[in-house]
Ligand binder design. Structure first.
Ligand code: FPP
Length: 244
């Protein structure tokens, strides 16, 4: 259980936190273990982080589980990550229901296996009425692909006469994103010391605060999340306005 009082007192809580979970491989290497064990430990960190996010009063949590570029990893590693996601969904669905978590997957579903797709559909259906933490898992996700698909779908509608090109504004584009009905992330966390966005939520993170930590993902926990929230509370978000 994380100390909620401190963060609530700061009165600058990010409602939507997005996380690039990085460093599973390095965590394993540092222990002389195979990378797959790093991913397994990473899955435990996923569970801890979801629990801590709920305790801390975050309303939306979006996790980068697998990028469209991750398909180019060795097939055994891809298969291990997919198995972990399947295992996680099978095991955690009851827990998500108990904890009032609403679950959604974003990404290119056409690339996912049928058994994973049916687990995802099941988890999304079973939790769609829940009003607690909104948990989004990005699988086979790429930000540029998402924006490209939004452009394609608007272009199709314009060509068919359903949309007037001159009426296309930011809210029309937003509406075609996987996350069209979600608030933008306030805070983007990346673990493992890397400082880049790696094609994650490119549109949505336009005004997010970025927080980079050296903690490797398998070591991430409620304390590390609370540290990120503490730093967020000290930031001055101006959305392009002058310092005032
Ligand atoms: C980055 O570490 C992590 C990934 C590419 C996969 C994330 C997967 C998990 C956290 C486990 C399964 C997920 C769920 C939702 C149960 P890396 O392999 O790039 O680490 P490295 O940069 O140190 O090599």
């Amino acid at each position: 259980m994380v100390d909620v009082a401190v963060t609530a007192a700061e009165q600058a809580l990010p409602l939507h936190v997005a996380v690039i979970m990085d460093g599973n491989g390095r965590w394993a290497r540092a222990r002389g273990l195979p990378r797959t064990l790093g991913h397994r430990e990473g899955a435990r960190a996923v569970r801890r982080t979801i629990e801590a996010a709920g305790d801390l009063g975050i309303t939306h949590l979006t996790l980068f589980g697998f990028s469209s570029e991750n398909w180019s990893r060795p097939p055994e590693e891809v298969s291990e990550i997919m198995s972990l996601i399947r295992f996680y969904l099978r095991r955690e669905i009851a827990e998500m229901k108990r904890n009032n978590i609403r679950f959604r997957v974003i990404g290119d579903r056409a690339t996912l296996s049928n058994d994973l797709l049916s687990l995802i559909d099941h988890a999304e259906r079973e939790t769609e009425g829940n009003a607690g933490l909104f948990l989004t898992l990005a699988i086979s996700y790429g930000g540029r692909a998402e924006i490209t698909e939004a452009a394609r779908s608007l272009a199709r509608d314009a060509a068919a006469g359903r949309v007037d090109p001159d009426q296309i504004d930011e809210s029309a584009v937003r509406g075609r994103m996987f996350t069209g009905d979600l608030p933008d992330p306030d805070l983007l966390i990346r673990t493992s010391g890397e400082q880049r966005i790696s094609n994650f939520l490119l549109w949505q993170c336009a005004y997010a605060e970025f927080f980079f930590t050296d903690v490797l993902w398998p070591d991430f926990d409620g304390t590390a999340l609370a540290d990120a929230l503490g730093e967020f509370a000290r930031r001055d978000r101006r959305y392009g306005r002058a310092v005032g």
